[in-house]
Design a protein. Structure first.
Length: 203
């Protein structure tokens, strides 16, 4: 019997250990060490709905209204996929729980970071640790994944771009030369496959 495993789930299971041969500057415009050292800041009122939705997504407990924080053309980009639009983004996260790959996830660390001077004010930076469990009753997680989230908002405080960089390391894009171009297209196909597997059923 063959069990289909979503690409994002598979990516988390085998976690990217290989170091990337691209620029070390991440979404903050800083190196991973520098962005991890950014000071924590308090949440602002317009960010509360977004932060709540992000925690629902990353704790494998999304609700029907979780993905209403996105614009119709919003883009989600992580090291294993590029998803466009709320339905496709939803598929990336719902796949973790629907396929029961990681039925439980805790967020032991969630820090809103101060933006460096070079970064636009409409960008929310988050340093988080997510502990993923294959067994909901296990005392220790299968994997703890640290990541930098860079969330860009429009004038209506809706998310236009959601970038996740594991261990604060830059994900490759088409701007990183030929290999980056190929990898970006691979990730778009990965996201479409996950979308097809999960479908458009309600959370």
């Amino acid at each position: 019997m063959t069990i289909a495993i979503g690409p994002r789930s598979l990516g988390l299971l085998v976690f990217y250990n290989a170091r990337r041969m691209y620029s070390s500057v991440n979404a903050t415009g800083l190196s991973p060490a520098e962005s991890k050292a950014l000071k924590e800041r308090p949440i602002q009122s317009h960010e509360q709905k977004i932060v709540r939705a992000l925690k629902e997504m990353y704790s494998c407990s999304p609700k029907e209204d979780t993905f209403q924080i996105y614009t119709p053309d919003a883009v989600f980009h992580d090291p294993v996929g590029i998803a466009e639009g709320p339905e496709s983004i939803r598929a990336q996260f719902v796949g973790l729980t629907k396929q029961k790959i990681f039925p439980r996830a805790d967020i032991p660390k969630f820090r809103l970071l101060e933006n460096p001077p070079n970064l636009a004010k409409n960008t929310i930076l988050i340093d988080q640790d997510v502990a993923y469990f294959r067994d909901t009753k296990a005392s220790s997680p299968t994997k703890i994944l640290n990541s930098l989230l860079a969330i860009k908002l429009n004038d209506s405080n809706l998310v236009t771009s959601h970038e996740e960089q594991w261990n604060h390391e830059k994900s490759s894009t088409g701007e990183d030369g030929f290999l980056g171009f190929l990898n970006e297209h691979r990730k778009r196909l990965t996201a479409k496959l996950t979308d097809a597997i999960v479908g458009k059923s309600k959370v």
